[in-house]
Design a protein around this ligand. Structure first.
Ligand code: ATR
Length: 275
């Protein structure tokens, strides 16, 4: 990669960032299209977040991606939020247009892109989400926009699931059920079960909830890479198809790439860089 006087800086703000595959994915795309950009990982501690956001303007960075734990905390420091970020209450991409910082969230649409790439049609179907945190909210917002027929949210803290439903203004489209090892939710009609939990799905050999009834569902784990949650092993035990979160990582990255550079993302180059 040639660095010249025209090269602009982009990157990732998070903590940790050491295992991130985003730098490889974005730099491969810049190189392929001969774009004058470079993408670096920046480990940003919570207390440094306001200064890091000011640095985007000070250094005239073209944009950045935001990851855990800053996706929600970064919002007060931005000038504008687009619809996707407003709906999710979280930002994963910031674009700098002449010093005006706009926050976007490409996670939900990246998730849907990965499903359509698999040929999976969910419109008017029933879907289930395990968890009610930030990732669950991005996935739920995207699924409701499709729209799906209904959404069942299973969460340890039922109150958090209620807050998610209220924040999305989902009315009676979302139903809620406690996530418990001995609970048996009615999943017979579910066509998709998405695991967004931040803890292993299998703890000391036993699963967090019984999904045996989800007989015609695709099991989708938002995790990917070297830290499997055990969710896809459970899918295998039940004889259900499963996919990990690498497709979502690719597609949220591709959408962020287009927002920051204004160019169509070279998807296959980015996919190869992720592998
Ligand atoms: P993310 O941004 O990745 O979605 P998060 O917002 O911290 O992460 O959400 C974590 C999710 O994992 C939540 O649904 C959380 O459940 P609670 O709302 O009950 O906290 C879930 N989770 C975390 N630890 C868990 C545990 N030990 N058992 C079951 N669920 C757990």
């Amino acid at each position: 990669m040639e660095i010249t006087g025209r090269t602009r800086l982009t990157g990732l703000f998070g903590d940790p960032v050491i295992h991130s595959r985003s730098p490889a994915m974005h730099n491969a795309a810049y190189l392929h299209l001969r774009l004058p950009f470079v993408y670096l990982p920046f480990r940003v501690a919570g207390a440094q977040l306001p200064a890091a956001v000011r640095a985007i303007r000070a250094l005239d960075m073209a944009g950045v991606n935001i990851t855990v734990p800053h996706k929600e905390a970064v919002i007060p420091y931005l000038d504008r939020l687009d619809e996707t970020a407003l709906r999710c209450g979280a930002v994963n991409t910031i674009v700098n247009r002449e010093g005006v910082l706009t926050g976007y969230n490409t996670d939900g649409l990246g998730f849907l892109d990965s499903l359509s790439e698999l040929g999976f049609e969910l419109r008017k179907k029933k879907a289930v989400i395990l968890g009610a945190g930030g990732s669950a909210r991005a996935v739920a917002a995207a699924l409701l926009d499709l729209p799906v027929k209904s959404l069942l949210v299973l969460n340890r803290t039922v109150e958090k699931a209620k807050e998610l439903a209220a924040a999305l203004g989902a009315g009676d489209k979302i139903s809620i059920f406690p996530l418990k090892a001995d609970a048996v939710p009615d999943l017979a009609e579910a066509e998709l079960v998405v695991n967004t939990l931040s803890v292993p799905f299998k703890q000391r050999g036993s699963r967090l909830v019984n999904l045996e009834q989800a007989k015609k569902a695709l099991f989708y784990d938002l995790r990917y890479g070297s830290m499997p949650s055990g969710f896809l092993d459970y899918a295998k035990e039940l004889g259900r198809p499963g996919v990990d979160g690498s497709g979502m990582l690719l597609h949220q990255g591709a959408r962020a790439f287009t927002l920051i550079t204004g160019r169509e993302a070279p998807l296959e180059v980015m996919r190869k860089a992720l592998l």
